[in-house]
Structure formats: C-alpha cells, structure tokens
Ligand binder design. Structure first.
Ligand code: MN
Length: 602
C-alpha cells in the first residue's frame, strides 16, 4: 500500500519568522511564486500574527495587500495561515463578532486553510473561529499546542483532539512550536490520534533540538499524513526540517511525496540569495540548541528574551531567567509556551529575576490569567500566587469571550476615516497602536520601511556615516559585546536628523534633537532621581500606558497611580505612601527609566 505524504512549505511564514525575525518582504516572495506554484505543495503557509505585525510595524506593507498579491501569484496552491483562536493575531481575546469578521475577510482575501490553536489548549477558545472558517467554506485545522508537563499526557491530547473533531475540524495538527517532540513520543501520540480519530494528522515540528526530521519520519511511520517543512536555505535550527531533505528521504518509499527535487533545489537557491539581504536579522539563537529539552524555552522566545534583557542591560542574567521560567510555568498550571502565554510567563520570569524577589511585581497579564481570562489552565494554578495577585477577586469559569460585548462597531468608530475598508478596521483591531500609526502614515504618504543594511560582501564595511550607509562599532556593556550600526537616513518632516541604530541586528529609529541631545524613541527627558518616600518610580525601563492620578488627588498607600509597559506586558505602579499627589512628571506614551521620579506624593 502506498501512501502519498503531503507537504506544506513554511518559507513564506514560519521559516523566515524563525530565522530572520519575520522580515522577508513581499518583493522577495513574488519573483519565485510561479515556481512555488508548480511544486505541488498541499499548501504554502503565508500568514500569521508575526507576519502581520512585522508588515505593519517594520516593513510598512499592508498585510492584506500581501495576501492578495500572493493569492494572485499562487493560483494553484492552497494558502494557509496560523490563527490564535479567539486571540486571532493579537494578544487578547476578541469578541465573537471580530473573530467572525476577521476570518471572513481572511478567506475572501485568499486564505484557504486556517490552522487554529489556543495557547492553553482550551477548545472553547477555538469554537467560534472553527465555525467561522466552516461558514466561509474553508479548511479548519484543529491544533494541539504540544508541550510536556505532568498534566500533558497522550490521553489528554487525544481528548482535546476528540473535542475538536466534534466541532467539525477537517484535520488535526500537532504544533510543536518549541522543538520538544522526541521521535518516540511523536510516534506514540500520532498512533493514538490515528487510532481514535478519523482525520488527517499534520506534523509541525521545529528542528530546535535537532530532532525535527526524526520526529517527522516516526510520525509518518505511525500514520501521520502530512509534514511541514522549510525550503533548505531557510531550514533547520529553530526553523523546520528541510523540504528537499524530507522529499529525498521519502523518495521511492511507500510515502513518496511526489515532489520534484530539481525544482525545489532551484527554489532553495533563490532563497539562499534572499536570506543574505536580511543578514542584519540573523541572530546567535537560531542554530540547533538542545537546551529546550531541559528548560522548555522555545527558540523564538529565547531570542526575544535575549533582546529584552539586553534592553534592560541585564543579558548576563539570562540563565537565571531560563531557570525561573519553568517555576513560573508550574505556578500557572503548566500552560504551553506559545504566544501569548510565552510572553506572559517569560516576562513574569524576567520581573521575578530582575526585581530580586519573586512576584514582587505581578504583570497585569498574569493577573488576568489567574482570573481565568485566557481560559482554563491545563493544570492547577498556585492558589497562593493567585491570592497574592488578585486577592478574592472573582475567577471566571466561562469561556472568556462570553463576557465580551460585540466590538466591531466601536472599532470602526475609533479608527474612523483612517480605515478605507473593513480590512483596515481589522488591522487596527489586531494592533491598535502600530495599526493606527500605519494607517496614519499611509494617509500622509509617509510610509517608509526600515532600512536594510548593505550585504557585507557586496558593499564592504562602510567608512563614512553618509546617508543610508552604516557605521559600525563594537561596544562592551556588562562584559557582553554588541555590534552597533548607525545608519543616517536624512532629515525628515519634523526637521530633525533621523538615524537607524541597530544593536546586533535589531534596528531602532533614533533622532538627533537640537543641542545634539542624543535620545532614543519618543522620550529621553532627564528626570529627577527618586530619593524621598513619596517618590514613585519603576524598577524596569518601559513606557507609560496610563496615568491614573492628577495633581491634588488624594491617594492611599498601594493604590495604582500609573500603568507601565515593559516587554509587551503591562503592570501597575503603586503609591509607596498615602498622601496628596504633588506633581505628575509623565504622560501617556513617555519612555521612563528605573529610578526616575514619575509622580511625587507628599
Ligand atoms: Mn512554528
């Protein structure tokens, strides 16, 4: 009996997300689409939260327009996206009307296959998205976010798959985002799923720990139907097993994919050239790293944490953070580490390490999590932590979105005439801040993608700080060396000279203010340093999300006076003493540093 294994290539989504921080531009995708379309892939993965975010934030491309262009260029191949269930592409739960509107528009613009997961594996958070995909006549794939813990047994995963099958999914995916699967665990899980449920099983495994291809082969032998691969020039490490390798491995066997190896090699060569263009986004964290088998930290999360710790000037404490992550995860009832739980757990672990005491600061997201607002935790959460975080506040038992009112009308109103289409409203809904900024810049005709640094072999090391040409430095901070490139991009509409400052490939736009006061981002004011008991300051650099008090207000000790954001997580800053607010030195959007006096209470 011969069984053809079908293939999804992730080159247009997860492969470049895993290796070059999701920076591949549409202009580098379109020239090869005619060839990609000839391969006979079951699907091409093209869209997801990070691709959408990177388009809007860095590339200044309309993600919907990218999708339409890919659809036109790939008429014979299914296009696939990764959808975070009720979170869609964002970090919060959306109301059902937003979920339905988003799925309908994604389908109309070109998505054929929706791989739908929930970070908690709480199937209640998948139901509306699955219904919406079926209503659009598209393929709904129910996803198991794979992880290991005392509560994640084969039986529990099969139970989840059964629940998704009952919701009408067309196939099942095992999504091993972290590279935690081992070959024999894969075989056991696939065998159990195939024995219990009559649906195709797809394997999405990362090669982080060097076992991706072994896992896929064991999965295939155990009855899996489908594998996700990446064309070889964007394969392995924190990406996926190489397409050409898997096709060659199965060629001539009963599992032959039937794909043309020569054509695939031409495509691989094309992307070999493309990857060089994005060299500034290559990091030290994309090669095979077996540590995930111990600390369970996914590759993408490792590089994020490294960058975040760098921002805090605390990269030297990364191993303490890696040790803290499993402890926070256990306290929260063992959620799989995938967006957004990876950020929630990771940031809290950073706070726990940097603050010098566990849970001295508890992020708002951890509080919401402990209220049940992301869904049901897989295991028991620490009741002690829950009490510390939310006291006797209510813990919800229902599906979180059951408590949300319809939002589309409000979102439409908020974004107003900036939105030229329902798609624009959804862009704003997914990313309120950067989405609005994108729509404003589009309206003003000032969209400008981040600057790409010249390819070293082609350009050589630049000597002068001319516009568009980087000057390189190596600086040492806390015993770590960083490569810093500064690229001048000229004087902009604000009359100020703009630069791109890139630290180890992570670019940030900076401006020179008058008096040559070199500042980053939007802030940079020199503030008084906290000294008195009523001086309110933060322990982490971040941004002010909200100011909850004004001069003259009476506050109690412990009352929240500010909300700050650091590492995508919000937390409250509390009044250290009771008294009257003497002065407020910050406004919404300000950048703040540890020790700055933000509010004075006397
Ligand atoms: Mn993945």
């Amino acid at each position: 009996m011969s069984k053809k294994i079908t293939v999804t290539d992730t080159i247009l989504r997860d492969a470049h997300q895993s290796l070059i921080a999701t920076r591949m531009r549409t202009e580098d995708m379109l020239p090869i689409c005619a060839k990609l379309d000839q391969v006979g892939y079951w699907s091409l993965e093209v869209w997801g939260g990070a691709t959408f975010d990177a388009c809007v934030r860095f590339l200044k491309e309309d993600p919907w327009e990218r999708l339409r262009q890919l659809k036109a260029a790939l008429p014979n191949t299914r296009l696939q996206m990764l959808l975070r269930g009720q979170n869609l592409l964002g970090y919060r739960h959306y109301s059902d009307d937003v979920v339905r509107a988003f799925v309908a528009k994604a389908a109309v613009n070109g998505i054929d296959v929706f791989r739908i997961f929930d970070a908690m594996n709480d199937v209640r958070n998948l139901r509306v998205a699955i219904e919406a995909v079926k209503a659009a006549g598209k393929h709904a794939q129910g996803t198991i976010a794979y992880t290991t813990s005392p509560v994640h047994t084969v039986e529990a995963f099969v139970e989840q798959a059964r629940a998704m099958a009952a919701m009408g999914v067309d196939s099942l995916a095992i999504k091993d985002m972290a590279g935690l699967l081992t070959p024999y665990a894969t075989a056991e899980l696939v065998k159990a799923l195939k024995a219990e449920i009559d649906l195709p099983v797809f394997i999405h495994s990362h090669d982080t720990a060097g076992m991706g291809a072994m896992c896929q082969l064991k999965a295939i032998e155990a009855g899996a139907d489908h594998i996700d691969t990446a064309i070889s020039s964007f394969a392995w490490g924190t990406s996926h097993p190489g397409t050409e390798s898997m096709v060659a491995a199965l060629r001539g066997s009963e599992y032959d994919t039937g794909l043309d190896l020569e054509l695939l090699q031409e495509i691989g060569l094309y992307f070999f050239g493309v990857r060089k263009k994005y060299h500034q986004f290559e990091s030290d964290f994309t090669a095979v790293d077996t540590r995930v088998q111990v600390n369970q930290v996914p590759g993408g999360m490792m590089s994020n944490l490294a960058n975040q710790l760098k921002e805090q000037g605390a990269l030297n404490r990364i191993n303490e953070v890696f040790a803290e992550i499993p402890r926070v995860r256990a306290d929260l009832g063992y959620p799989p580490l995938v967006t957004p739980t990876s950020q929630i757990v990771g940031s809290q672990a950073v706070f726990n390490v940097l603050a010098g005491a566990r849970y001295k600061t508890i992020t708002n997201e951890v509080k919401l999590y402990l209220q049940g607002r992301y869904g049901k935790a897989p295991g028991q959460v620490s009741e002690q932590l829950r009490f510390q975080a939310i006291g006797s506040e209510e813990v919800i038992e229902v599906r979180p979105a059951d408590l949300l009112k319809p939002e589309m009308a409000r979102l439409r109103e908020e974004v107003g005439s900036l939105a030229k289409s329902e798609e624009d409203v959804l862009t704003y809904a997914m990313f309120p801040d950067i989405g609005r900024k994108f729509l404003e810049e589009r309206a003003a005709g000032s969209l400008k993608p981040e600057v790409l640094l010249p390819i070293p072999e082609a350009g050589g090391v630049a000597a002068a700080s001319g516009e568009g040409v980087p000057t390189e430095f190596v600086i040492d901070v806390h015993g770590e060396s960083y490569r810093v490139d500064i690229t001048g991009v000229g004087i902009k509409g604000d009359g100020k000279r703009h630069f791109y400052l890139s630290i180890d490939g992570m670019p940030e736009e900076v401006v020179f203010e008058p008096l040559n006061d070199f500042v980053g981002g939007s802030g940079g004011n020199k503030r008084k340093q906290a000294s008195g008991p009523g001086d309110v300051s933060t322990s982490m650099p971040g941004n002010i999300v909200d100011v909850l008090v004004k001069e003259g207000d009476t506050v109690k000790a412990g009352q929240a006076v500010l909300i700050t954001e650091a590492m995508k997580m919000e937390s409250e800053v509390q009044a250290p003493i009771a008294g009257t607010v003497k002065a407020v030195h910050v406004a919404k959007g300000d950048r703040v540093n540890p020790g700055d006096v933000l509010v004075e209470i006397g």
